[in-house]
Design a protein around this ligand. Structure first.
Ligand SMILES: Cc1cc2nc3c(=O)[nH]c(=O)nc-3n(C[C@H](O)[C@H](O)[C@H](O)COP(=O)(O)O)c2cc1C
Ligand code: SF4
Length: 435
């Protein structure tokens, strides 16, 4: 349910139940709503048992890749010889995605509880919640909730009076997209430049400060208390057809849509139904042209693909795209797809950390070629050049930012080639002048 709109009957409201309810932000309000019961339960279990429950529930990471959460937790060393860390990724800078900030704004204690359970399960003493620099209100709300959690003994050296150390710190980013990438985030916490690290070693072996670390997205972590409260079978049953994708997912819908906002649906929900029934469709007099279902990093769907796409991890892959972070960007027939692809590429060129040649040079050249086409100075061979460049930018770099730039370019040319050709042939007036 996306504040301020009311939940639609077809939504499955779990994580967003208290969006818009200011009382749920407070410790007292959260306790009244059953808060911290799941943490109490977790602390009475063996850490490995908590991991088993999350594995059985089938929870997968909501930050982008959909990696199984319990499995990720189980990669942490069993024999504890060094300090362990949990990082909560609250950077949320993927264009089109705006769900984590709402979770933090309305249910900060849900995030603290989810982090505390994960932290206990992976035997970490400390959690860092890495919040995007621009999130001023979520930051203030989280800081207030964290102070309350310490005041009431939920956190600290004797968390909930159970003799376990659970400490939590908020680390504010400075507003760089790349710091959402897990290893760049760890560098940033350490006070270094936010450059992604070469993997392996993976974070479970050498993460923040070179010590075993697990990193999870905000939405992933807030799902955990519900799983402990209601049981793994409840979560497994939240599935419309595909048992590999379970639970609910918050979808941030924006662009050419009558009712933008966050919508929470069971995985397996049809994308067409989300756009037409829950969000009211595209503006009057317009028709749907395209949609990016998982944040700007994933391939663009055309109208037919959008209307038949199932919103779960495998359903999106079947259509040649990804569920990603669930940022649904809608384009109606007024959208200029060449311009939109250029804007996306320009974002990635701006955000590249510049360590890898393919990314540093490739993103910049992609933008220049697209701008040349938009200026009416392109040639047909530019399309092949863009596709070739995109191929060189995919699967060859330290992180996938480079691939993310290539995805909308390749899918854009493949599905809307006529629009690119119209600029090249002079059939369409130039949309911009070359600088
Ligand atoms: C360039 C880039 C930016 C990313 N930004 C975010 C982000 O803002 N938030 C996030 O949760 N994950 C982001 N990710 C994914 C993280 O690297 C990581 O996979 C995720 O936080 C793991 O959490 P999960 O398993 O709970 O999904 C990004 C990845 C890349 C390559
Ligand atoms: S792919 Fe781009 S953003 Fe990622 S590490 Fe390489 S240069 Fe940096």
């Amino acid at each position: 349910m996306g504040f301020p709109h009311q939940p639609h009957p077809k939504e499955t409201v779990v994580l967003s139940q208290y969006f818009g309810d200011a009382d749920a932000r407070t410790y007292a309000g959260w306790k009244q709503r059953g808060g911290y019961a799941a943490l109490e339960q977790a602390l009475s279990m063996e850490p490995a048992k908590v991991i088993d429950v999350v594995k059985e529930a089938g929870l997968r990471g909501r930050g982008g890749a959909g990696f199984p959460t319990g499995l990720k937790w189980s990669f942490m060393p069993k024999e504890k010889t060094k300090p362990h860390y949990l990082c909560c990724n609250a950077d949320e800078s993927e264009p089109g995605t705006f769900k984590d900030r709402e979770i933090m704004r309305w249910t900060p204690h849900a995030l603290i509880e989810g982090c505390a359970i994960a932290q206990y399960a992976i035997q970490a003493e400390v959690t860092y919640i890495y919040i995007r620099g621009e999130f001023t209100e979520p930051l203030a709300v989280m800081e207030q909730a964290l102070a309350e959690a310490y005041q009431h003994g939920i956190l600290g050296s004797n968390a909930m009076g159970q003799g376990k150390r659970l400490d939590m710190y908020i680390h504010r980013g400075a507003g760089a997209y790349i710091c959402g990438e897990e290893t760049a985030l760890m560098n940033s916490i350490e006070g270094r430049r936010g450059n992604p690290r070469i993997k392996p070693p993976f974070p479970a072996a050498a993460g923040v400060f070179g010590l075993p670390t697990t990193i999870n997205n905000v939405e992933t972590l807030v799902a955990v208390p519900h799983i402990l409260n209601r049981g793994a079978p409840w979560h497994q049953a939240l599935c419309l057809s595909n048992p590999k994708s379970t639970g609910t997912k918050l979808l941030s819908v924006c662009g050419h849509i009558r009712q933008p906002g966050n919508y929470e649906v069971t995985l397996g929900f049809p994308l067409g139904e989300l756009l037409n029934d829950l969000c009211g469709g595209v503006p009057q007099g317009r028709t749907l042209k395209a949609c990016i279902p998982g944040g700007s990093s994933v391939p663009i769907l055309n109208r037919e693909e959008t209307e038949s796409c199932i919103l779960d991890y495998e359903g999106c892959v079947e259509k040649g795209t990804m569920l990603g972070s669930g940022g649904v960007i809608v384009f109606d027939d007024s959208a200029d797809m060449v311009y939109q692809v250029m804007r996306l590429a320009r974002f990635y060129a701006h955000e590249s950390c510049a360590q890898c040649t393919q990314c540093r040079e490739g993103t910049a050249w992609t933008v220049r070629i697209l701008q040349r086409i938009l200026a009416g100075e392109g040639a047909m061979k530019d399309l092949d050049l863009l596709l070739d460049l995109s191929e060189q930018m995919t699967g060859k770099t330290i992180c996938v930012l480079s691939d993310s730039c290539a995805a909308p370019v390749v899918s854009g040319i493949k599905k809307f080639r006529g629009e690119f050709e119209a600029y090249i042939k002079g059939a369409k007036r130039p949309a911009m002048a070359l600088a």
